[in-house]
Design a binder for this molecule. Structure first.
Ligand code: 5GP
Ligand code: MN
Length: 350
């Protein structure tokens, strides 16, 4: 059953029509899709005459601040009172690109305390959130595409102007690596075409999203690939680490290692890749990527209090970097067995 059933769309459309103040929130450490979908919806709602605003739990990476409207976001970790006020006085709340309130950290109690109905629009598997309306479609490669489809189905696509379209396109591009993966759905290109009709400069967006680097990022990416990437071919696995010391030495800023975890997957035979980034002395952020049937989402859920998608997931470890590395090494035998069973399955099917 499609998540955009006529019944759901009617309800969302009437909630939007009746609302004057709309608060939009996306997950912490917002990526291009989280921010793109939120800003797209904000611009469309503003074009309808609504008072719409975007709240992010923490600051977006500098690399995304070029998105139209990004400068006006309320960052809850900097401006707690304003974020709280916005949720409390909203007539309608949209939660975009997450399906578990844990993903908005200390912003969660603000959403829980608000009286306004909550609409979740998301593409992650197995939602654990219980909003008034849940639009959840893991078959979609981005929440941004889903937001456009929702507005279109509600007869509101005329309110998607150039700024909304630019943000939507940015979200679609980042969650598909510029249409390089999860990008076989023909519907994506109909949406893209509709966005480009609004005047989106996709080439310029590509340059800003994928072809703009700070010197510190270039150097850090090179260093991590050269000195901090450990390949275990017999286990089909690669592990990358970034310590606080390394981060300091290279002037790391948020987003500087975006895409790093994907790189080892380009080595033939590597099925999954793990990136351990020490953010604080006793806290390590985990990012995992995989190819094919091997699920990193299951690993992140089971071992790292996290989740995400089948081939792209994350979580956290409250430990030192060495401790975190140790935990990864401990799950390798289980991963070996899973990979062996997947390989056996696919061999017996062929
Ligand atoms: P990334 O590795 O780029 O940070 O995240 C990849 C995917 O995993 C994203 O879809 C993101 O939403 C999800 N993810 C990352 N970290 C966490 C986490 O701590 N908890 C959950 N539930 N999902 C996460
Ligand atoms: Mn997304």
């Amino acid at each position: 059953m499609t998540s955009l059933s006529p019944d759901i769309i009617d309800k969302v459309a009437s909630l939007i029509r009746d609302a004057r103040k709309v608060a939009i929130v996306c997950h912490m450490t917002p990526d291009g899709d989280a921010l793109g979908s939120s800003l797209c919806l904000m611009h469309a709602l503003r074009a309808m005459g609504k008072n719409a605003s975007v709240i992010t739990p923490d600051a977006p990476p500098r690399s995304l601040t070029f998105l139209p409207g990004a400068q006006n976001i309320t960052v809850a970790s900097y401006n707690h009172d304003r974020a709280k006020y916005t949720f409390l006085h909203a007539d309608l709340i949209f939660c975009l690109d997450f399906n578990d309130l844990k993903r908005i950290d200390r912003t969660a109690p603000m959403v829980e305390a608000a009286k306004a109905p909550v609409v979740v629009v998301d593409h992650h598997l197995n939602p654990v959130i219980k909003p008034e309306i849940l639009i959840s479609d893991p078959s979609k490669s981005s929440t941004s595409a889903l937001v456009y489809e929702m507005l279109d189905a509600a007869g509101m696509s005329e309110f998607v102007g150039l700024e909304a379209a630019t943000c939507c396109c940015a979200g679609m591009m980042t969650d598909t690596g510029n249409f390089a993966y999860n990008a076989n759905d023909p519907a994506l290109y109909s949406i893209l075409s509709a966005l480009m009709e609004r005047g989106v400069d996709k080439d310029d967006l590509y340059n800003r999203l994928f072809n703009t680097n700070s010197l510190s990022r270039i150097r850090l990416m090179g260093f991590c690939q050269y000195a901090r990437t450990h390949v275990l071919p017999e286990h089909h696995c690669a592990i990358i680490t970034l310590s606080l010391d390394d981060a300091r030495d290279f002037g790391y800023s948020k987003g500087d290692t975006e895409g790093l975890v994907n790189i080892p997957l380009s080595i033939p035979g590597i099925i999954y890749s793990v990136y351990l980034r020490q953010d604080e002395p006793g806290y390590v952020k985990v990012s995992m990527r995989s190819k094919g049937d091997f699920s990193v989402k299951e690993i992140c859920e089971k071992y790292f209090s996290g989740g995400g998608h089948h081939n792209a997931a994350g979580g956290e470890i409250n430990d030192t970097l060495d401790g975190a590395l140790d935990r990864i090494l401990h799950i390798i035998p289980e991963a070996d067995r899973t990979i062996a069973s997947i390989t056996t399955d696919s061999t017996s099917q062929s």
